[in-house]
Design a protein around this ligand. Structure first.
Ligand code: FMN
Length: 174
């Protein structure tokens, strides 16, 4: 279905609400092979005067190496019908499985980055990493460290400048 380019704030509420169940982050390797992982933490805002999607990826994820290599990712808002796929992409690694093939997802070219979009999703954010840094244990509230990092694997925080946003016309009916 034809996707229309929209402003980055257009579906911000729907996108941030969906973090409760999970958004789908896509990155790709040098050959263009895509991988998808579920994210539950993230933020959309303005930093350095640019629209930004901030995501947090643990070094243990296959996705981590792909973003490190490519410096790009897309974030895709799934429809409710993809709930099982969201759970799957949040528990299985792209090291062990082609999640696109396994879940019958269609990868389509993005407008401004090499990481593809997921056709079956409703809203798509194309992002170019303009900054990254790591969560520093000594700068973090100790209760957060013990709750979320019992075995380390501290997230890397990626600041993805939003270079294009597109949406499926059917989202207004969802
Ligand atoms: C609802 C949900 C939200 C998640 N959010 C994140 C996240 O924000 N950052 C992260 O590093 N992992 C997150 N995960 C875990 C990854 O999605 C999971 O480890 C995935 O298998 C990694 O895939 P990959 O190895 O192919 O990159 C989440 C999992 C679920 C189910």
């Amino acid at each position: 279905m034809q996707k229309l380019e929209v402003g980055y704030t257009e579906y911000m509420k729907e996108t941030l609400n969906a973090l409760n169940s999970g958004l789908l982050l896509v990155s790709a390797d040098k050959e263009g092979r895509p991988n998808v992982m579920t994210i539950g933490w993230g933020s959309i805002g303005v930093i350095w005067g640019r629209p930004m999607f901030v995501v947090m990826v643990r070094p243990s994820r296959f996705t981590y190496g792909l973003i490190e290599q490519s410096g790009e990712f897309t974030v895709n808002l799934p429809p409710r019908e993809l709930a099982e796929t969201v759970a799957f992409c949040g528990s299985v690694s792209g090291r062990d499985c082609d999640k696109f093939r396994e879940r019958g997802l269609t990868s389509v070219a993005a407008r401004s980055v090499k990481s593809p979009l997921i056709e079956e999703c409703l809203v798509h954010y194309e992002c170019r990493v303009v900054h990254k840094n790591d969560v520093l244990p000594k700068e973090l509230f100790t209760d957060i460290v013990s709750e979320f990092y019992p075995s380390g694997d501290f997230h890397r925080v990626y600041f993805g400048q939003i270079t294009s946003v597109s949406a499926s016309p059917e989202i207004s009916g969802k």
